[in-house]
Design a protein around this ligand. Structure first.
Ligand SMILES: Nc1ncnc2c1ncn2[C@@H]1O[C@H](COP(=O)(O)OP(=O)(O)OP(=O)(O)O)[C@@H](O)[C@H]1O
Ligand SMILES: [Mg+2]
Length: 336
């Protein structure tokens, strides 16, 4: 089956200007050569620390950010450079949900107005039909139809997220980019919303790109997980392999940060010191090797650190600073 979404060598750079003439003096390499596919009905989790480029990547996919290089194919169609007009029919099928989707909307609008707006924009002119559809959507996301006449501020964070989800699924999308959709919620509310997303997925045959900075959040919802560091994917595999057989040092560090529910089991925490380096002037070699001052860092300058399939469906950066010796040995044979 062909993928619903194919991203190839995608780069999104933002200009940085400076000096008295405000000339461009550099660029923020927010997304710097990313490739992956999402299959119909699949959830790809995307994790990484703050600033590594997750939201920029998500926005590029729904065409809220322009790509500088590379390509995005949605349902076999190249959408990389489609303008607003040409994107409009595809908007229905390609949606994005944010951390607080309702907050970004007009607070003076009732829940009904918020949910019916996309229906109106996409030509559902009969108010009776819209009313019926809004009631149906509210029920689908677990809210009572009386909620329609209330206002977003009257709802809790979890309920607001349900309103945002109702709006996002109003036009029967195929792919939803969920950007930190549950990150601000309490753990118990988080799992309720995750369960709702899972139910909707099987009902509506949805695919998700599910963004979070924490590996714990995406664990139960992802079929596969991609780990991003400073604008690049450094490891990508089936969720089970990421959680139980991680290969990349950065993935291991992120995993070690997840609290262990059983306190009798001791877990070695790998402390990640410092921040992600600046994407304006990224290290010339392995970005993570640079951060941990790895003795092999010099070797990685100018080397091809792109992803290799170390095991079936398990991709990891060919980076001697970030792999165990045996894994690096296998990978370096593939490189040669
Ligand atoms: N419009 C913009 N103009 C300039 N720089 C930007 C812009 N948007 C994002 N950036 C920069 O791009 C980098 C990646 O940002 P992005 O928001 O994609 O990260 P993120 O992984 O989503 O982080 P977080 O977990 O905090 O949401 C950051 O250095 C950010 O400052
Ligand atoms: Mg973000």
């Amino acid at each position: 089956m062909s993928p619903i979404l194919s991203v190839r060598d995608l780069k999104v750079h933002f200009p940085v200007s400076g000096g008295i003439f405000h000339r461009q003096v550099g660029s923020v390499r927010a997304v710097d050569g990313v490739s992956f596919d999402i299959a119909p009905g699949e959830t790809l989790g995307l994790v990484g620390e703050s600033g590594c480029g997750k939201s920029t990547l998500g926005k590029a996919i729904v065409r809220l950010n322009d790509a500088n290089e590379g390509s995005i194919h949605f349902k076999d169609r190249d959408i990389t450079r489609l303008g607003r007009g040409a994107m409009r029919p595809l908007r229905k099928e390609l949606q994005m949900i944010f951390q607080d989707p309702v907050e970004s909307l007009n607070a003076r609008h009732s829940v009904r107005e918020i949910i019916e707006e996309p229906l109106l924009i996409h030509g559902m002119s009969s108010s009776g039909q819209r009313r019926k559809r809004v009631d149906e959507l509210l029920e689908k996301v677990g809210l009572q139809s009386a909620a329609a006449d209330r206002y977003p501020f009257e709802f809790s964070g979890g309920q607001r997220q349900r309103i945002g989800i109702a709006r996002a699924i109003a036009l029967n999308p195929k792919l939803i980019v969920c950007d930190e959709a549950v990150s601000a919620l309490d753990v118990s509310v988080q799992s309720q919303v995750l369960n709702l997303l899972l139910e909707l997925q099987s009902d509506l045959k949805l695919s998700y790109l599910f963004i979070a900075h924490n590996l714990a959040v995406v664990k139960h919802i992802s079929d596969r997980v991609a780990v991003m560091y400073l604008g690049k994917i450094v490891e990508m595999a089936d969720a089970d392999a990421i959680y139980h057989r991680p290969k990349h040092a950065y993935t291991k560090a992120l995993l070690s940060a997840i609290p262990e529910p059983d306190p009798t089991l001791e877990k070695k925490r790998i402390l990640l010191e410092g921040d992600v380096p600046s994407p304006i002037d990224p290290p010339k070699g392995s970005a993570f090797g640079h951060r941990i001052s790895h003795p092999r860092y010099e070797e990685t300058i100018g080397a091809d650190l792109s992803l290799r399939e170390i095991e079936p469906r398990h991709w990891v950066a060919a980076d001697p600073c970030c792999l165990e010796a045996a894994d690096w040995e296998r990978i370096s044979k593939m490189v040669a």
